[in-house]
Design a protein around this ligand. Sequence first.
Ligand SMILES: Nc1ncnc2c1ncn2[C@@H]1O[C@H](COP(=O)(O)OP(=O)(O)OP(=O)(O)O)[C@@H](O)[C@H]1O
Ligand SMILES: [Mg+2]
Length: 151
Amino acid sequence: MKSNRVDFSAAVENEMQLVLPSLSVNEGMARAAVAAFCAQLNPTALELADIKCAVSEAVTNCIVHAYREQMGDILIGVKLCEGRLIQIEIRDRGCGIENVKQAREPLFTTDAEGERSGMGFTVMENFCDELRVSSRVGKGTTVTLLKRLHK
Ligand SMILES: Nc1ncnc2c1ncn2[C@@H]1O[C@H](COP(=O)(O)OP(=O)(O)OP(=O)(O)O)[C@@H](O)[C@H]1O
Ligand SMILES: [Mg+2]
């Protein structure tokens, strides 16, 4: 985790919420919707690409890990805060993560089929200013992405 932690108490200037069932087609929808909402702050193309990529990883995790074979809701909240700070929360009520510290390590995956590389959290961490993950087994997971845009 980076040392210059973001101030979570920044005043909210605009916000939106979105609930989507955990269908894989909704990954692109979530990514596009968050990007469209953030566009009002005139981010650079690179900042927008970073946000889309991080959201995509978090939402994909809800689809493939949290709910696995079942279906469930993915709850997405975006807050645009003073100081050009974007706070994106992606929450599921799925299986939860037993060991968050281990899950966040590069190359760690529970995927047995070899389809996953275990780099999702690392991507989120690198493409945002801060990543917070809280999880309870059997209850679900909340991923919070913080991104501060250029002045
Ligand atoms: N929302 C979630 N619910 C339950 N488990 C999760 C969730 N998100 C991540 N995990 C667990 O954390 C592990 C690491 O996630 P990460 O996104 O870094 O890698 P991955 O999804 O396995 O592979 P990749 O993202 O590279 O395709 C996953 O293998 C999974 O066990
Ligand atoms: Mg992943």
